[in-house]
Ligand binder design. Structure first.
Ligand code: NDP
Length: 292
């Protein structure tokens, strides 16, 4: 039993993620007021003790911490612009996925209306909220983060990245970029072995182990990129990598499938080789991104 006092929370947006967040708060005994644009999504939360508000402006009155979990940046403005006056003096936490620039725009809008603003990037799916493995990245008002940290920890591990409101989204999207490239690679591999009748589930077991093993190389890659020295201790140079990627793509074509997931990284490697960096390390591919 803990004696932590949680401030009342308002959750605006009861999609899959909003419902999961509100449920985790209610489970821990936090007073929650909920609102959703379309009615009908609040029933389970009300049964668990939530107060359901008919209008967003009314919902805001119930919480000291107001959380938006809406579809996108536009839906946040559509919901909050008409109730800016009601939000004045509140702590607003935006957990809607917005780009770093959109998060900064929300921070500026909030500041202009006397609202304290914290942005968050949720590194979890709804089923994970409140469970081990759930993590949420925050940036913006440190005062909100510090004041509500015990409440935020109910949703997942809480990490603060700085006063620039765009930072949490930047980290969030950088991690998601890494994730989508990995999933693209998995689809590529599954399609390749699938051409020989291997079930994707069988491939998944082996691929998971391979991805885990290869991810061990990331810290070393990071160190090389940070030094900017791609010519010392070269493990696999760009010509070697180009040959490997060309052969991989040929293998895909031979199997009757395309190789789009590989095309992106192959284009970066090709450009570096064309620019005369064939003897440099594979990590130099990042320079092709920066050059655009
Ligand atoms: P859903 O599609 O399940 O829900 C979207 C929510 O936004 C609904 O409550 C919907 O209301 C509301 N909404 C959409 N347009 C408007 C609008 N114009 N005005 C007011 N409300 C609007 O999405 P999730 O709940 O899954 O996601 C919510 C946010 O959380 C997104 O930004 C998403 O990127 C982020 N997120 C989600 C994750 C996930 O795995 N689901 C993971 C990490 C982040 P209505 O019911 O009326 O349509």
């Amino acid at each position: 039993m803990t004696n932590i006092q949680h401030s009342p929370v308002t959750v605006l947006g009861l999609g899959a993620m909003g419902r999961a967040l509100a449920a985790a708060l209610l489970k821990a005994g936090v007073a929650a007021t909920v609102w959703n644009r379309s009615p009908g999504k609040e029933a389970e939360l009300v049964a668990a003790g939530a107060v359901s508000a008919r209008a967003a402006g009314q919902a805001v009155g119930g919480g000291e911490l107001v959380v938006t979990v809406l579809l996108d940046h536009a839906s946040v403005h559509e919901t909050l612009d008409p109730i800016a006056a009601e939000l004045r003096g509140k702590h607003w936490l935006n957990l809607t996925s917005t780009s770093p620039e959109q998060s900064r725009e929300l921070a500026a809008w909030a500041s202009g209306h006397g609202i304290d603003f914290l942005d968050g990037g949720i590194m979890a799916v709804p089923d994970m909220i409140g469970a081990e493995g759930s993590s949420i990245l925050y940036s913006g008002s440190q005062a909100i983060f510090d004041a509500h940290r015990p409440t935020l920890e109910l949703l997942g591990s809480a990490e603060y990245f700085g006063t620039d409101a765009g930072l949490a989204a930047l980290w969030d999207f950088a991690l998601l970029s890494t994730m989508y490239a990995m999933f693209g690679g998995f689809f590529q591999g599954a399609a390749m072995v699938g051409s020989a009748g291997v079930p994707a589930s069988e491939f998944a077991t082996r691929a998971a182990g391979w991805v885990a093993a290869m991810s061990q190389m990331l810290p070393a890659y990071g160190r090389v990129i940070d030094t900017g020295d791609y010519t010392s201790d070269v493990f696999q140079d760009l010509v070697f990598t180009k040959t490997a990627l060309d052969t991989l793509r040929q293998a895909a074509f031979d199997a009757g499938i395309t190789a789009e997931p590989l095309d992106g990284i192959a284009a970066l490697v090709d450009r570096q080789v064309t620019d005369g960096h064939g003897a440099s390390a594979f990590e130099r591919s990042i320079e092709a991104l920066r050059g655009q």
